[in-house]
Design a protein around this ligand. Structure first.
Ligand code: GRF
Length: 205
């Protein structure tokens, strides 16, 4: 019933997942020195680094990455700030058991720089989404979303902090639902057995 968490950076979502009591059997980073590796070390969680730059192709990188993931035979693979676009072949390997957290209200603002783009668009609500990973970038079935207001004098930094606080709420919740077998995907839409609310709205500044 364990989870392998893939990271590239600071690891605050990893921290939230661990703090929520979710059994994390390994942390794998594609970046040496990523902050999340220290979190793993402090918690006694096995950590590995597989640097994408060490491989000639995306596929070669993913073969080694998947071998490391599979060593821990996880029930779920959780991408948490894992900043690599993955191939359809890799996705197929973990179909229906790979989640990602994305800092926007999907399907708006897939890809990078979501907070800047939400501000530039004059969006009044922004937020984050936890979704299943499918071959199309940031487009898989949505498990849960959290919305926050965009304030009049917001900066991308302030907005990102408000969103990140919600990532730390909804990602552990989604992972628990998955591990409890509560998520049902039907025709690209996710429901949660037991009618759990699949949204959060937090208008604290
Ligand atoms: C999060 O905002 C995540 O949604 C995005 O990258 C950030 C990672 O933060 N893809 P952290 O490493 O979990 O602190």
């Amino acid at each position: 019933m364990s989870v392998v968490v893939l990271i590239s950076g600071r690891g605050s979502n990893l921290q939230a997942i661990v703090d929520a009591g979710i059994p994390v059997s390994a942390v794998i980073s594609n970046v040496a020195g990523a902050g999340g590796l220290d979190i793993a070390a402090r918690r006694g969680i096995p950590a590995r680094v597989v640097k994408h730059g060490d491989f000639p192709t995306r596929e070669a990188f993913e073969d080694v990455l998947a071998a490391e993931v599979d060593r821990f035979a996880p029930k779920l693979v959780a991408h948490a700030g894992f900043m690599r676009i993955v191939t359809a072949g890799y996705v197929a390997r973990y179909a229906g058991r790979m989640l990602n957290v994305h800092p926007s209200l999907l399907p708006s603002f897939t890809g990078l720089h979501t907070h800047e783009r939400a501000l530039a668009a004059g969006a009044k609500l922004h937020g984050c989404s936890v979704h299943f990973v499918t071959p199309e970038l940031d487009a898989g079935p949505i498990v849960i979303q959290a919305a926050v207001p965009v304030l009049a004098n917001d900066t991308a930094d302030a907005l990102s902090k408000r969103v990140l606080r919600q990532e730390h709420v909804v990602y552990p919740r989604a992972i628990k639902w998955f591990l409890e077998g509560k998520l049902v995907i039907d025709n690209g839409r996710v429901s949660v057995k037991g009618n759990n609310a699949q949204f959060v709205f937090d208008d604290r500044p």
